[in-house]
Design a protein around this ligand. Structure first.
Ligand code: 5AD
Ligand code: SF4
Length: 458
């Protein structure tokens, strides 16, 4: 008799690495005959890929698991699995009685380096056996697994895993383990396949991509190799650590037109005292020099950053230094967070004496400053014609498309007869702090092959 294939549903929280990991897990399961569903009510397996970086992220997942309790009540045979950083960090706690009342419903717990075991653990769960796999690995990169990507034009490719930096506030080195890189060859092959499938943008992912290494190849070599595969594919990358940003890397980005002129360069704080306590291994002078060097080599570069307010012992003076640094750098965008103490990290033992009220005021101040800077920077684009990759329908209106510039700015423009994946020229007519709005000119022919300097093109 024809047997209906089992359906798997996955929800992903946290960073882009998790999105890429979920695609690996789905590949592993579909290779075993499972089918992916977007409807939780149809699912036989419900997976949640989790994040531990801040307490809020964990709270949201606990909330979701609470909701899954009702699901399990209605359909007791459904398998519920927790993947990712919370699985790694909370392990048995998540299956225990005390896990905010969700312990009884979780059937499997799988950390970021054990996804190969997911199909086996699911099978065992159906036989009534709960499973935990949370071993970290020094070598696992899932190099041989082609992630299950839904067709689109943008792909996320994880090129290295783990982090050896041990910033004192960060749980990642504990949940994702030591740094290791995929082979350059396998990444190049993956991008070639994506090119043949019509993808127009790839983002190379890692906790600290600058420390990518495959034998003699470093991250600059990888970027060069990827950029050369298909010059109509935009290449992005994230995240860079300011300590490891080499001159060679900056030159490479400057040289290849399809390497996007956008660098996410988390500074975390403008105060040298706090940077030291954070173990960031650079001071503000090093950071500012680096920014200057990048801007000299790539004049139209867009820069963004991560900033934490309220790190233990942060004074008003320290906070002022952060505001000053933001004024000086003039970031195009920033991701800003209140410090969240994470168990087992060195900062956890430092006295978190900054009240939530003070953290809230400080974060509001930096958000307001960044909004003013972003607004001013975006106004500078008004009247300019920028190249945009068409990405999809605008959220607000079906008669408009959205896309992004090379510098990662979102642009909204009338739909006309463009299709997703087109490169078009848009003349910017107005802007706010988050978005540019404009009118599109004619399509630039597809597969636009941007001219390379002679010595590189040869
Ligand atoms: N509290 C607040 N923000 C954090 N980040 C990492 N750990 C914490 C924490 N404990 C932020 C950093 C990092 C980004 C991914 O998340 O700014 O760059
Ligand atoms: Fe965390 Fe620092 Fe590593 Fe980034 S570089 S993942 S903030 S430890």
């Amino acid at each position: 008799m024809f047997e209906q294939k089992k359906q798997v549903y996955i929800e992903t929280y946290g960073c882009r690495m998790n999105v890429a990991d979920s695609e690996v897990v789905l590949a592993l399961l579909t290779n075993q005959g499972y089918e992916v569903t977007n409807r939780i009510t149809e699912a036989d397996i419900v997976l949640v890929n989790t994040c531990s970086v801040r307490e809020n992220a964990e709270r949201r997942v606990y909330g979701r698991l609470g909701a899954f309790k009702h699901l399990k009540k209605k359909k007791p045979e459904v398998i519920i699995g927790v993947l990712g950083c919370m699985a790694e960090r909370l392990r048995t706690k998540l299956m225990g009685e005390k896990a905010n009342g969700v312990g009884q419903i979780v059937d499997l717990i799988v950390g970021p380096d054990e996804y190969r075991k997911v199909p086996e653990l699911v099978t065992k769960a159906w036989q009534g056996e709960k499973g935990i796999a949370v071993q970290l690995s020094r070598v696992e990169t899932y190099d041989d697994i082609t992630p299950l990507r839904t067709d689109g034009i943008s792909a996320w490719i994880s090129v290295m895993r783990g982090c050896d930096k041990f910033c004192t506030f960060c749980v990642v080195p504990f949940t994702r383990g030591r740094e290791r890189s995929r082979s350059l060859e396998s990444i190049v092959k993956e991008v070639a396949v994506l090119s043949s499938r019509g993808f127009k943008e790839v983002t190379l992912l890692g906790q600290n991509v600058n420390s990518y290494r495959d034998g003699e190849y470093d991250f600059a070599d990888l970027l060069k190799a990827v950029a050369e595969i298909d010059r109509s594919i935009r290449v992005r990358f994230t995240t860079s650590h300011p300590q490891d940003m080499s001159d060679k890397l900056i030159e490479t980005i400057a040289t290849y037109p399809n390497l996007c002129k956008y660098i996410h360069l988390p500074v975390q704080s403008g105060s040298d005292r706090i940077l030291e306590l954070m173990n960031r291994t650079y001071d503000s002078a090093h950071y500012l020099l680096l920014v200057e060097k990048i801007r000299r080599a790539i004049p139209d570069v867009c820069l963004s950053t991560d900033i934490i307010v309220g790190f233990p012992t942060e004074t008003e003076e320290d906070h002022e230094r952060t505001l000053e640094l933001m004024q000086e750098v003039q970031y195009d965008g920033a991701f800003m967070f209140k410090y969240s103490p994470r168990e087992h990290t060195p900062a956890y033992k430092m006295h978190d004496g900054i009240s939530d009220e003070v953290k809230t005021r400080r974060i509001n101040e930096i958000i307001q400053l960044q909004n003013r800077i972003s607004y001013k920077k975006n106004q500078q684009h008004v009247g300019e014609t920028v190249q945009v990759l068409v990405e999809g329908e605008s959220k607000k209106s079906s008669s408009e498309w959205h896309g992004r510039t090379d510098g990662n700015k979102t642009v909204i423009f009338p739909r006309r007869n463009f299709t997703i994946g087109d490169y078009i020229n848009v003349t910017i007519q107005r802007a706010n702090s988050a978005t540019l709005f404009g009118m599109a000119e004619e399509n630039i022919p597809k597969n636009v092959d941007v001219e390379l300097p002679i010595e590189v093109a040869a």
